[in-house]
Design a protein around this ligand. Sequence first.
Ligand SMILES: [Zn+2]
Length: 231
Amino acid sequence: MKQKETLLNSLPEDPMAELEDLGDDHGLASLETPMREDAFVMEEELKVELIAKHFKEIMHILGLDLSDDSLKGTPRRVAKMYVQEVFSGLNPANKPVARLFENKYKYDQMLVEKDITFYSYCEHHFVPIYGKAHVAYFSSGKVIGLSKINRIVQYYAKRPQVQERLTVQIANELKKILQTEDVAVVMDATHLCVSSRGVGDTNSKTGTASFSGKFNDENIRKEFLNYINSK
Ligand SMILES: [Zn+2]
């Protein structure tokens, strides 16, 4: 979190007031992914079919020859990738179910899972955002498997996203599952909409963080940040 740093809950009164515009005027409207009421009425297979049809139209309008062997399969390939892979986290049916375990060892220190690689998509440009997520919590008496933390990160990443919302959605889900406020999430990411176009800033990274409970304590927060910044 070197360059643009946004502490989402440093201002509990109105956390949104201090949000910076990120890169290409990326604002954040709501912490919930804006979804239609009827988002999952349509069958997946029909979604794939319709997206393929429209994507073919986009390619056609761009002037591409869709009879070319190399391009022919692209519309359907993109449609399947959207529905079944990169945006599969829109569907609550795909949400990971986390089993809680008793904290048998009575470990009462900070648990940290660092360098979780994630791939998401900027909802303003539909190009990738990728980077690392670092998560920490203090057990309330329950723990979850480390792979579950990873799955929760991937689930929320697989949506059109804004990095701040992604960070808060992961933090909120972990708080709910772990039954504690003592959760921290830090994300460092590269936005292709910033690095590959627009201002063309190839080296900038965007950092976001959500700290709550014990992580509001400066020393505890420092301990976590020192750990994730160490090699
Ligand atoms: Zn963007």
